[in-house]
Design a binder for this molecule. Structure first.
Ligand SMILES: NC(=O)c1ccc[n+]([C@@H]2O[C@H](COP(=O)([O-])OP(=O)(O)OC[C@H]3O[C@@H](n4cnc5c(N)ncnc54)[C@H](OP(=O)(O)O)[C@@H]3O)[C@@H](O)[C@H]2O)c1
Length: 277
């Protein structure tokens, strides 16, 4: 199957533009709608075989209510929201179309889909689900099917906690009155990568990051676990009990297993790339 009509609501935004190019290059006809485009979301819902909601969560929920009833069983309604439980329920509730929750785990700066992860949460129907998986895999994407609640729980750590720690590291530097510029002459390669990641977050849409943390109901639990880990770290590493510190570290290393070697290898590649720029 190829050459479908795909309507991207939010096609004027950064992910929408990325996927407009992606699906056009794959031979499909792509039409887009934003808030000020000549084509409306309603028009796309009626005239497209595949309709993608590439808008912030709040807008995706109200749009699925608005356009869902306009769609039929042989169309596909999908979204790119970073959380999947609520939006999947809304799309299923307001439409009889086939439904797939989709989360591209990369941003609009990514050059190609090659090697990038995409989570799909099956909602309703098989044909379009399999079509989407094929489209993504054929262009090098790594597609994983996942239950929406399991997805959101994973994202509480992968996005929520991770971004919260980056933000709080920025806050710590601010409290200590250390600007990133000042740290550069005395940076180690590892700190330089951390500094880049802090800068990267604050260079982008801060509302998006705030939403990734605030809207995921599982983040609170992840933060509590992190606090208890930090407390243990303080207890074992900020004292003179060298033996206990070694046991603490070794216990974590055993848990992390073989990925430690992978991490060492991959981070050496990142460091070499940054310093060869
Ligand atoms: N950026 C990322 O790294 C990333 C990665 C994975 C998933 N996502 C998800 O992808 C979705 C889009 O993110 P983005 O980064 O592309 O956001 P964005 O650049 O801010 O674009 C948002 C798009 O939504 C449109 N929009 C907003 N409210 C609307 C409404 N009420 N009706 C119709 N269109 C509306 C905007 O249209 P206007 O042109 O009229 O403003 C724009 O086209 C979000 O759900 C986000 O969580 C983002």
């Amino acid at each position: 199957m190829s050459g479908f009509t795909i309507g991207i609501i939010g096609g004027t935004g950064s992910m929408g533009r990325w996927f407009e190019r992606f699906f056009s290059e794959a031979g499909h006809t792509v039409r887009i709608a934003g808030r000020r485009t000549s084509l409306s979301p309603e028009h796309l819902a009626k005239k497209s075989e595949v309709v993608i909601l590439s808008v912030p969560m709040g807008a995706a929920l109200s749009l699925s209510k608005k356009i869902g009833p306009l769609m039929s069983r042989d169309q596909l309604l999908m979204d790119f929201c970073s959380l999947k439980e609520t939006i999947l329920k809304a799309m299923l509730c307001h439409s009889s179309a086939q439904v797939v929750g989709t989360h591209p785990l990369f941003g609009p700066f990514t050059r190609s889909l090659h090697g990038q992860n995409v989570i799909v949460c099956p909602g309703r129907g098989k044909n379009w689900l399999e079509w989407l998986e094929r489209e993504l895999r054929e262009r090098g994407g790594i597609v994983t099917r996942m239950d929406p609640a399991a997805h959101d729980r994973n994202m509480a750590v992968i996005q929520g906690l991770t971004h919260l720690l980056t933000i709080c590291m920025g806050r710590t530097l601010q409290k200590m009155n250390m600007t990133l510029d000042e740290t550069i002459p005395c940076s180690t390669p590892v700190f330089r990568i951390h500094a880049d990641l802090i800068g990267r977050l604050f260079a982008q849409d801060l509302n998006l990051y705030a939403d990734l943390i605030a809207e995921n109901g599982y983040v609170g639990e992840a933060v509590e676990t992190f606090f208890s880990a930090l407390e243990e770290g303080r207890k074992f590493l900020l004292s003179d009990q060298k033996e206990k510190a070694a046991i603490f570290l070794d216990d974590i290393r055993r848990f992390l297993g073989n990925f430690c070697q992978t991490g060492l290898k991959e981070s050496n590649i990142i460091i070499d790339a940054v310093f060869s720029e």
